[in-house]
Design a protein around this ligand. Structure first.
Ligand code: B12
Ligand code: SF4
Length: 549
């Protein structure tokens, strides 16, 4: 059954006047409200393909929905109605899609609601689950439009262009919020159109898309090949301004299914209701395995860079006020390197945090902890209780190979890791650390890792010693370096003519399944033997409750 059958005769007649060529927007009419309300849409964060559940709210997906939700709020004047029309699911880890709870719930949803759009936020590691979602939706409802966006898409645009096709009806890369809203308008104004007809209408509305804010693009397959529409079209693509987070509305957390219980799964703050908040994007470093460095491109060969100033303080204050009203008790700042801000900015943010009285935590780097030393006591007073840092490795040669020096950061800051933990301990701060194993060796033709049992044991031993010395270290997570699109490691390997299957799971077996992203593609040399050794040795040396595996 299509949406068409739900339409009353009155609505049906009125639809004929909604011709896209007239670019008519019958805002606030009860008519449009009714039509839109009947077109349910579902957005999902593609679940991790393992049993691990990464606690936290899907900020990227919520930012993508922020303009649309804002528009719908002013049309419906009721958050409940918006929530009914725009559902957001954040499913638990789904190692096998077939037979999973997600498969059952999605089947029920699609059969009952026949959504006009299903949007999926993708990660490289969870891309296969995104494809399962697409297949199921298309099997049950072929004319539902499936849209992909998110971290994997942002970094795969040049790959799609080379390949000449995408895996969904639409892929949005870069700033997604305005493009998604524009696409939604077309779909709601043309509820009877097929996916192909919607694509034709998108092409006709190229100019409207071209006027939208931000630096982003939307790809779609057509019989004549892969096409796109782009925002800020009248400006040279390398001069387009990416959106700052304060140019978007506050993220619509209320759309989350089971918002309250989902927000209590970020165990760092016990079961306190925790919000993920971002005040800035990008990172001043440029680690080989990460796509966050500020000099990385967002989405295309000649695209704008992700250098973005931090959010305006008043905009942040509005979010804190709202969170307080909604009963949130804690905040985790999801900025890649939270302390990479000016001290002046940070001081203003701290007075806000003090005023609103949240427990809070963040992720940052060892270097930046020292840069913020003078503000740490004030941070503590304002509610900071937890800092997460990537130590990555202790072996000098290994550290050289991924270089936190690229992109303007300092590799050597004059402080030992002991100095850093002492500083954090003196300020009463719990700390979480992450270690990474299996960094590729750029000097090797195959980029084979130099990681060995010796180097891995060294890292684990040092961590164990530090944990004995500094009880404020709450835990350590162990990661195996995984190739992701858009990272310096991957780009260097590709330049050597190598092809990387970013979404593949070549290691879907024990012990890889115990590591974060362990099942994904790793540099050569991360063998079963080495991974098992790291797993066993870490279990032996680090207390169970502090080993986050
Ligand atoms: C919040 C966050 C999470 C949250 C929520 C993620 C979610 N579902 O949205 C949690 C904690 C669950 C999480 C988990 C993981 N994450 Co994470 N996460 C982030 C983080 C820190 C912030 C994302 C964000 O809000 N950015 C700001 C917004 C404005 O930008 P954005 O995300 O690019 O979103 C824009 C567009 O992409 C687009 N968009 C986003 N989603 C959608 C959806 C649709 C339908 C559309 C049309 C558009 C669209 O519109 C947005 C607004 O313009 C990023 C790093 C970062 N700083 O960006 C990493 C990051 C996205 N995570 C990453 C990874 C690897 C993981 C994990 C594997 C764990 C790990 N080892 O780190 C898991 C995987 C989870 C899974 N489901 O498989 C990588 C992704 C790399 C890749 N190519 O896949 C990133 C880039 C960090 C990094 N550099 O390694 N993560
Ligand atoms: S410091 Fe962290 S966020 Fe920045 S580039 Fe390195 S790993 Fe990525």
């Amino acid at each position: 059954m299509t949406l068409e059958k739900n339409l009353t005769e009155e609505r049906r007649k009125s639809l004929t006047i909604l011709d896209e060529s007239q670019d008519m927007r019958i805002q606030h009419s009860s008519l449009e409200r009714n039509i839109a309300k009947s077109s349910n849409t579902l957005f999902l964060s593609a679940p991790y393909p393992g049993n691990q559940k990464f606690g936290g709210q899907p900020t990227g997906l919520l930012y993508a929905l922020s303009i649309l939700a804002d528009r719908k709020e002013s049309e419906y004047r009721s958050k409940e109605s918006v929530k009914e029309a725009l559902e957001v699911w954040c499913p638990s880890g789904t190692p096998e899609f077939e037979g999973s709870t997600l498969e059952k719930e999605l089947t029920r949803y699609v059969r009952e609601k026949k959504p006009k759009i299903v949007g999926v936020s993708t990660f490289s590691i969870s891309y296969k689950n995104a494809l399962h979602i697409r297949d199921l939706v298309k099997k049950l409802s072929p004319e539902t439009i499936v849209v992909f966006g998110g971290a994997h898409e942002d970094n795969s645009i040049s790959y799609y262009r080379k390949r000449g096709k995408i895996d969904a009806d639409f892929v949005i890369g870069g700033d997604g919020a305005y493009l998604l809203d524009e696409l939604y308008r077309i779909i709601e104004e043309n509820p009877n159109s097929s996916a192909d007809q919607i694509k034709e209408k998108v092409e006709k509305r190229r100019r409207e898309f071209g006027k939208s804010n931000g630096a982003g693009l939307m790809l779609f397959n057509t019989r004549d090949g892969l096409k796109d529409v782009q925002s800020q079209m009248s400006i040279d693509s390398n001069k387009r301004e990416p959106l700052k987070l304060d140019q978007l509305p506050l993220i619509p957390r209320y759309l989350l299914k089971d918002e309250d219980s989902l927000s209590r799964q970020f165990t760092i703050f016990g079961d306190k209701k925790t919000a993920q908040v971002m005040v800035g994007q990008g990172c001043p470093f440029g680690c080989g395995f990460c796509s966050e460095g500020i000099k990385r491109t967002w989405y295309d060969e000649d695209s704008p860079k992700s250098i973005n100033p931090a959010r305006n303080i008043n905009h942040v204050e509005r979010e804190l006020q709202k969170l307080k009203k909604e009963g949130y008790q804690a905040i985790f700042f999801d900025d890649s390197t939270f302390f990479a801000k000016s001290k002046d900015y940070m001081a203003k943010l701290l007075s806000l945090l003090r005023k609103y009285n949240f427990e809070w935590g963040c992720q940052t780097t060892q270097n930046s902890v020292h840069q913020m030393e003078s503000l740490l006591p004030e941070m503590r007073k304002s509610g900071l209780s937890y800092v997460y840092m990537g130590i990555e490795h202790y072996d000098g040669q290994m550290r050289d190979s991924f270089g936190k020096s690229i992109g303007g950061g300092n590799k050597f800051n004059g402080y030992s890791i002991e100095d850093t933990f002492k500083l954090l301990q003196d300020n009463g701060l719990r700390t979480g650390i992450s270690l990474t194993f299996g960094h590729p060796d750029p000097a090797s033709p195959d980029e084979e890792t130099r990681e060995s049992k010796t180097t891995a044991s060294y890292s684990i031993d040092r961590t164990a010693e530090l944990m004995d010395k500094f009880p404020n270290i709450a835990g350590v997570s162990l990661n195996l370096i995984t190739y992701h699109p858009g990272t310096p490691n991957s780009e260097r390997f590709e330049r050597k003519g190598r092809n990387i299957e970013y979404t593949s799971h070549p290691n879907k077996r024990f012990p890889f399944t115990s590591f974060e992203e362990g099942i994904g593609p790793h540099p050569k040399g991360m063998t079963d033997g080495l991974a098992s050794y790291i797993f066993d040795y870490a279990k032996q040396r680090i207390k169970e409750e502090k080993l986050w595996m």
